[in-house]
Write a protein that binds this ligand. Structure first.
Ligand code: UD1
Length: 339
């Protein structure tokens, strides 16, 4: 069964390609290499023993999307990761974000709608909930006005898919709302490759520990949480990747209850920034240098998933812990810096 993975050389995409290949799917990757490296292809090949088919395509080029789908009519499923994901950058360049995250989604859906098999998995985010009124967050929690153009592209993306599913019963789609994906493959063959100064917590931690950054700034120590720092649901990227395979199989086997479904992907456990640092210190044997500074604009106090729907309906559950994720992220950081 041939599966298209857009953004398949990115952080979550590459881990998902590995899990798909481990289950025997034939994978075709599209990536424009804007925030990824061609070497990721070698990492995937080393882990699975199979080199996925790769096409360097920028999905903003509609004619390229049309050409691709015309030559791959036998695609049995699409997992659409390709998108820009830096919150701060999206505030500065909203049109670039809308073009890259929305136009590409529309083009892919237009061409997918011409195929015999129309199974579609969309990368969404818990950012759609904003600061939820109740914790843990269920899929029924209201979508709050987006804090950034990036967050808005995830909300609009979900709406585009939902509206298209309403008029196209052949199209079956699942939107996966990720909480905070972290970690790397245990082999350290693939992992996160942030360009420039990392905006996310875990790459900042590992880069500080390896000596690239002076110290970690902990954004805010005066939140209404037990230790005053923000709480998030950190999920190991390998667990997250596996959820994509389960979701795709659900559509392929017609187990879905409607042709547009939404699932939260998290562990269900919230951890504070200080707890994350503690976990890193424990698995690395290091003592991370950090300082508590002012809050970062746009951060919510706490977000963690209610995993009931993902566990019971999707039939997927995380297996790995925060310590596992930190250990793999640290192994990966050491590997790339020694290269
Ligand atoms: C961020 C995005 C979110 C996106 C997600 C996945 C923001 C406001 N939100 O989520 O929309 O879906 O990444 O890419 O950017 N922290 C520090 N010091 C740092 C970095 C982070 O203390 O140097 C703290 C943050 O305040 C937060 C936690 O660590 O409490 C996690 O931050 P981060 O990894 O950036 O993820 P989110 O902000 O949850």
């Amino acid at each position: 069964m041939k599966v298209l993975v857009t953004g398949g050389l990115g952080f979550i995409g590459s881990h998902t390609v590995v899990e798909l290949q481990n289950k025997g799917f034939e994978v075709v990757i599209i990536d424009n290499l804007s925030n990824s490296s061609i070497e990721v292809l070698d990492g995937i090949t080393t882990i699975t023993g199979v080199k996925p088919h790769f096409e360097k395509i920028d999905l903003r080029e509609k004619s390229e999307v049309v050409r691709f789908f015309e030559t791959h009519k036998d695609i049995a499923g699409v997992i659409h990761f390709a998108a820009s994901k830096a919150v701060g950058e999206s505030v500065k360049e909203p049109l670039m974000y809308y073009e890259n995250n929305i136009n590409t989604l529309v083009y892919v859906l237009q061409e997918l709608s011409k195929l015999e098999k129309q199974n579609f998995i969309f990368s969404s985010s818990c950012t759609v909930y904003g600061q939820a009124d109740e914790l843990p967050i269920t899929e029924n929690a209201p979508v709050k006005p987006a804090e950034s153009p990036y967050g808005n592209t995830k909300q609009i993306g979900e709406e585009i898919i939902r509206d298209t599913c309403k008029i196209n019963s052949q199209l079956k789609s699942i939107a996966l709302r990720y909480f905070n994906p972290i970690g790397a493959h245990p082999s350290a063959e693939i992992g996160e490759l942030p360009i420039g100064v990392p905006q996310n917590l875990v790459p900042y931690i590992t880069q500080t520990a390896i000596g690239i950054r002076e110290q970690l700034s902990v954004f805010g120590g005066d939140y209404d949480t037990p230790d005053g720092t923000c709480i998030r649901d950190y999920i190991h990227v390998v667990d997250l990747a596996k959820a994509h395979v389960v979701a795709l199989e659900r559509l392929m086997e017609n187990k879905n209850l409607s042709n547009y479904e939404v699932f939260n992907l998290g562990t269900g456990k919230g951890s504070s920034v200080l707890e994350a640092i503690k976990s890193f210190d424990k698995v690395s044997g290091k003592k991370l240098k950090y300082q508590i500074v002012g809050r970062r604009e746009g951060d919510v106090t706490a977000a963690y998933a209610d995993t009931t729907k993902a566990n019971d309906v999707l039939g997927w559950k995380t297996k790995l812990t925060l310590d596992d994720a930190m250990a793999s992220a640290w192994k990966w950081e050491q590997k790339i810096r020694n290269k």
